[in-house]
Design a protein around this ligand. Sequence first.
Ligand code: ATP
Ligand code: MG
Length: 305
Amino acid sequence: MASTTLVNIDLQHKLPKVASGKVRDLFAVDGTTLLFVASDRISAYDVVMANDIPGKGALLTAMSVYWFQYLQTKIPGLKTHYLNSSLPSGIETSLTQSAVEFLQPRSMQVKRLSVLPIESIVRGYITGSAWTEYKKSGTMHGISLPVGLVEGQKLSEPMWTPSTKAAAGAKDENIGPDEARALIGDVAHEIERLSLQVYSVAAKRAEEVGIILADTKLEFGIDKENGNEVVLLDEVLTPDSSRFWLKESWEMHLGKAQPSFDKQYLRDWLVSKGLKGKEGVVVPDDVVEKTAAKYQEAYERITGI
Ligand code: ATP
Ligand code: MG
């Protein structure tokens, strides 16, 4: 049994499990607090791979914490769900040493909120599903773009391009801002504003260390106990949720794949083997190692740690 599974079973004796996503497991600490645990699982094209990327959960947690703290210093008034990086008090005594060692670096305590049912994507560059759509119809999330763009090109300004948040097993669909407003109402305006702000602050920071933040996917919730405040939640600005490109070689690679520090390497491998969207794929050791190294490099460059 994988270590992730063991810890889950261990922990469930102490804290009820609230949800298990493709990558994260959420446990209730009390009525308003969750233990948010990033496993070492990796998903691509909405499917989880059969094997883990060792150490990935710890990197993603450390990176999210770095960004939550950084964003709060740069965006006055921004609310996030992050509370602290400790395990709930007293829990260590009832877990095995190895469970504690597994959990500690992969966990954060967060405020439990009501999650809005859209993925708030910001794109500064055209690639991925947006590029596929543009090639077909000249649009991005239904919005018309100038003709003649090439893959990887910088957009004239960063754009808010939300998607639906599909139920487990289903695929998120790209939608336009109008459809997002129809789904979640007027709060969409606030989410668009905050998302563009987060993108701009993060892109600037990434650029300082030679990285282009091509796009990123954020999630927001509503704090019903606090005047329906809009709160940034989930993970933020990690290689799972963002595309990080090497700035120095970006121009050279316009029109083709960009050297990147994210999931793209795994996505490309899946496509090359005809395994895109297939369940139960076992990722070979060399692809696991390459992916882990890319995640590590993103973490080191951005946090400087
Ligand atoms: P999803 O498409 O729903 O994100 P996923 O498979 O990506 O599914 P994970 O990212 O693995 O899910 O798990 C995290 C889950 O926890 C997400 O569904 C996310 O919306 C939810 N979540 C994140 N932060 C909070 C919070 N503060 N309160 C409640 N739920 C949260
Ligand atoms: Mg998620």
